[in-house]
Design a protein around this ligand. Structure first.
Ligand SMILES: *Cc1c(COP(=O)(O)O)cnc(C)c1O
Length: 414
């Protein structure tokens, strides 16, 4: 058994070219200045540092152990047999699904809630799609004695009501977004299905109303990706040799980055993982990495946050309601976008029907029900296996479980 790492990894130290800086839109007050009013102070430090390694605060490391880190890396022997590659190709997965909120998001929520408490904040505010991020923030807030307020995209507020109730059990106040609680929300009306972009705008507006509130971002910012590297650093200790493929799904990019960046960093420094291929699996309903444009765009639909250079479908992109609501975000994190641009990361998009079929197959052969988001990574694995030569090793990130997504899987006859 390996331990919990003592530090996070920051890929900014190893990128072949600097990240294009965030910029302000032409009109209105500085959004970059605004970040320092809404984000926990230490989070902004993590966002801007070029240090390769960032020490995980003792208190956060203790919480990591309390929630069950390190998570195991397991072999998918049942699935290998089911798809007919037994012995020829080895498939492993990192079980972030074992964490108490059912996804990797608690890894950064604990750090961010701790940072907010260092600022003396009373309340943390955020947006959520499927509810995994809102649930992680609600749990982390409860651990640090903070109040949590969550703006949940309206379509998920109704379809993922079990997660909403869990947030409420943990003491959070949950609004369907667009909501009536903010000016932004009131502008969209009660029929709108919502989008992560709108929910972010609402959460930021709400956070700005009171300086005892801190806004906690769930993905896309570099600091969040840094916290998630606890996943990949554990995998470095657990995996034998260097895998041929590392695969993870992409919403904003945090579980993909957290899982792969320690290895990508090693590759960029010319040390190891030179022949490992890094595959990002996204939803064909929000295909920013395969169909988007690499350009400056907003993190949210109302330009409440700054602009960053990213692969984006446009900040007003509203995908259809999707079971994998965590993959509906319009853009991919700046560093992930740059790595895609440079050809270090490859991307594939998958349809909902396809991924849910593969996920049911996986569930029946492994006894583990993946989140609909994770199912995209599984479809990418299935495709890779088809063309893989004997001896190929594939490792993917089981970013979350699907135990609260019974609506996605229906009767299970997929
Ligand atoms: C939120 C979520 C994702 C997508 O978000 P990223 O920031 O891209 O990781 C993927 N899988 C699960 C289970 C999630 O909850």
């Amino acid at each position: 058994m390996t331990g919990v790492p003592g530090y996070w990894y920051n890929i900014a130290a190893d990128l072949p070219q600097p990240l294009p800086p965030m910029i302000d839109p032409l009109e209105g007050e500085s959004r970059i200045g605004r970040l320092s009013r809404i984000l926990p102070g230490r989070l902004l430090e993590d966002e801007n540092t070029l240090d390769r390694y960032i020490r995980i605060p003792d208190r956060v490391r203790e919480e990591y152990m309390r929630v069950g880190r390190p998570t195991p890396l397991v072999r998918a022997e049942g699935f290998e047999r089911t798809i007919g590659v037994g012995g020829r190709v080895r498939i492993y997965y990192k079980l972030e699904a074992l964490l108490p909120t059912g996804s990797h998001k608690i890894n950064t929520a604990l750090a961010q809630a701790y940072y907010a408490s260092l600022d003396g904040a009373r309340e943390v505010v955020t947006e959520t799609g499927a509810g995994q991020w809102g649930l992680a923030v609600s749990m982390a807030a409860a651990r640090f004695g903070l109040k949590a307020t969550v703006f949940m995209t309206r379509s998920s507020y109704h379809s993922k009501s079990s997660r909403r109730r869990l947030m409420e059990v943990l003491g959070a106040r949950v609004y369907p977004s667009p909501s009536r609680a903010t000016k932004t929300g009131r502008g969209f009306g009660d029929e709108h299905p919502g989008s992560l972009g709108i929910a972010i705008a609402e959460a930021v507006e709400y956070a700005l109303e009171d300086d005892g509130r801190r806004y906690l971002p769930g993905s896309a910012l570099e600091a969040v990706l840094i916290h998630q590297t606890v996943i990949g650093l554990e995998v470095l200790d657990q995996v034998e040799g260097e895998p041929d493929y590392m695969v993870a799904c992409v919403g904003g990019g945090s579980n993909f980055a957290g899982f792969t960046y320690p290895m990508i960093g090693s590759m960029l420094r010319g040390e190891g993982f030179k022949s490992t291929r890094f595959i990002a699996a996204e939803s064909s309903a929000s295909p920013k990495l395969t169909r988007g444009e690499y350009m400056y765009d907003g993190f949210d639909s109302s330009l409440i946050l700054p602009l960053a250079k990213m692969y984006t479908l446009g900040r007003s992109h509203v995908p259809p309601p999707l079971h994998a609501a965590g993959l509906r975000y319009h853009a991919a994190a700046p560093s992930l976008s740059l790595l895609r641009r440079l050809g270090v990361v490859e991307a594939r998009a998958y349809s909902q029907d396809r991924v849910l079929r593969d996920a049911v197959l996986f569930s029946r052969s492994e006894g583990v029900i993946p989140a609909p988001e994770t199912a995209h990574a599984i479809s990418a694995v299935v495709d890779l296996v088809r063309r893989a030569s004997p001896g190929t090793v594939i490792v993917f990130n089981m970013s979350g479980h699907g135990l609260l997504d019974t609506d996605a899987y229906g009767g299970g006859d997929g």
